[in-house]
Every structure is written in structure tokens, then in C-alpha cells.
Design a protein around this ligand. Sequence first.
Ligand code: SAM
Ligand code: SF4
Length: 376
Amino acid sequence: MPTTMRNPKLQELPLTEAAVAEQNGQKHQTKYGSVTLSPPPGADALAAMTEPTHDSYGRRVRYLRISLTDACNLRCVYCMPEHMQFRPRHELMSDDEIIFLVNVAASLGVDKIRLTGGEPTIRPGVVDLVHRISTVPGIRDVAMTTNALLLDKLAQPLADAGLGRVNISIDTIDPERFRRITRWGDIEDVWRGIDAAEKAALLPIKLNCVVTRGFNEEDVIDLAGLTMENDWEVRFIEMMPFGEVSDFQLSHVVSFREIRQNVESVFGPLEEASYDFVDPSRPFRIPGAAGTLGFISSVTEPFCQGCGRVRLTADGKLRLCLLRDDEVDLLSPLRAGADFDKIRALMKDGAFHKPWGHGLDSGVFAENRAMNQIGG
Ligand code: SAM
Ligand code: SF4
């Protein structure tokens, strides 16, 4: 079966006139006027100015996650409402703007990029963009988080363009429950995507599973079982509350402890695997398994100590913490003509003010955006 999307309305993202003009290499008109970016410094100048950046708690900021689009070819129940309104194309960062901001980030010591969304693979020109990002001086590692529906066709071109790894979202291996969680997805597309990713050596394969009460608690057993034969990391993620769907999320959260207990009730006590205290996923292994399990307990046991991540939202805001609304607008000043040094100063100052800890216990929620806009 080909990897086409199930909703016929979504088979192609509509391109605005501005996006078409941009694809054809013309300047486009935005609400800020005609965009002309000041050129980033050359490779030598960039290398000369590159320095590590730390926040006010002494954490080194070296990891930038970029949301390439807020749009998606699925509608997972924990991520966005079924009738989600997406931003018009001209409000999103263009390829040139993304490359400019990646250059700025690299000059501040960022060496690792993750492309996410929405669904990053539906962005027009994503393969070229990956190539451009992976050749920015200083960028060592480019990864992607994807629902894998389009990987059957894109895994090899993306790998050839410089993508190193993928994390693939799969919350159940049951076709009916997969359809219910994603609202219309076909799990066969995901299996084909995983297969293509392995063939293209986008390794190690990491599978992300958000555990949602009433939807897939029992599926953690089958998903954990995949690691017996496959050298994959299956990561269980506590659901996090955001924006319009936070009521749903809070009432359906399953804690890391409960997930672990469920897995151990079938497979016995898990062994701890080696942990770098940087990855949010704490690794374990079922004794004798080929792969590992990871637990991402963002809500009940946050992992702020090792967090060196900042995010670029699809509309060009530097988001300082996933679970807080603190953001620095980079795209508006960039479109208003700010040069490299000015944007660099804004990014550096933002990174310095990266917060510590979420405020969920005291009723502080990230309300301004849904997960697809932030890039989880
Ligand atoms: N569409 C891609 C995908 O699903 O992998 C990338 C974007 S998605 C927003 C990134 C990750 O965030 C996915 O693994 C998804 O399961 C996770 N996610 C989405 N909403 C979440 C929520 N409310 N809490 C925790 N994780 C969430
Ligand atoms: Fe789309 Fe990923 Fe959100 Fe699911 S989790 S709706 S695949 S952006």
C-alpha cells in the first residue's frame, strides 16, 4: 500500500502564492514587508565567533529543536483538536530564515538540531532544507521526530541529505487503536516507515509512545516487547498539558511509575542501562532484550538538571522551555531587518534566561500553544 495520507483533503499542503514565489527563488512579501536577510558570516568568521552558551543555572545550551511546520497529516488526540487551524504559510519561517537562525545558533555553540513539528516531513522541500542545515559549520548532528507516514519514500533521500537519526511516534501496535488515537492513521504506513528508516541507516531507531489513559495503557506491554528482538529504544512519554487540550491531557495522564509497574508486572524487574543525565529519557532494559526502554517523566519527575534544549517554533519564536510560555520573538526582528549580531544577542539573552522546572504543581500551564506548534 502506498504511503498516501488517509484524509484526502490532506494529500497536498496548499501553498500560498508567497510560498510558491519563495520556492521559485523570488523574494516574498510578508506583513513585515519584502524580506531581505543580511548574509550570515562566512565559515571562518563563524568559527572565530563560536562560543559555548550557558544559561543562568550554568546549563550549556547546545541543542535546538526546530518546528518546521505546525501542520500535520494526523490529529493525535493528545496533541491537537480534530479541527485544528494551522498558520498561513507566510507566518512560518522560510527556508532561508531557518538557515539564518541555525547559523546564529551554531555561533552560540549549538551543535545538535532536531527537526520536528507538526509533521516535519510534509514541509515542501524538506530534503533540501535538511541538506542546508546539516552543512552549517558547527552542526554535528541532525535528527528528526516524525510519525513516519512518509518515510517509506523520504528516509533514503533524507539520509543522503545529512539526516542522522529519527525518532518515530507509535503509541500502539494495534491497528484499530492506532486509528483511534491518530483519528485516521494506518499503522501499516508506520511499519513501512520504520523499515525504510532502518534500511537508510537512520540509527538508532527510537520509538516514542505517549501513554494516554483509556486509549493505550495496555499497549505498553506489546511495545516494550518489541525490544526483545529489535535493537530499538522504545520510549514511554508522560502526556503533557498544553493549550486548548490541557483538560483532556491532565485527566488522561499516566505516570512514569505506573507505566514502569505495568511493564515490570509482565517482564519482571527492569535493569538500569547507562544514563548520560542529558537525554530526557531514562534508559532501562528487559533482561536479555536486544533493545532498551526509556521513560520520559516530564510531568511527575522533570529532568531539568541536564536540559540544554531550546526550541524554535514554526513561527520563529525561541521557546525556552517546553512546559512554559516564555518565548523570544526572533522572526519579527529578522524580517524587520535586524542583522546577524542583533539576532545573536537576542538568542543569547533568551538562552541565558532559560527557566528551571515546570509550574504545573502551582497551576502554571503552557497555554499559548498546542504541542504541534512548539515542536515536542
Ligand atoms: N509529528 C511528529 C511525531 O508525532 O513524531 C513530530 C511532532 S510531535 C508534536 C513530537 C512528539 O511529541 C511526538 O512523539 C508526540 O507523540 C509527542 N507529543 C505530542 N503531544 C504530546 C503531549 N501532549 N504530551 C507528550 N508528548 C506529546
Ligand atoms: Fe501530528 Fe505528531 Fe501531533 Fe500526532 S503527535 S498530531 S503526528 S504532530
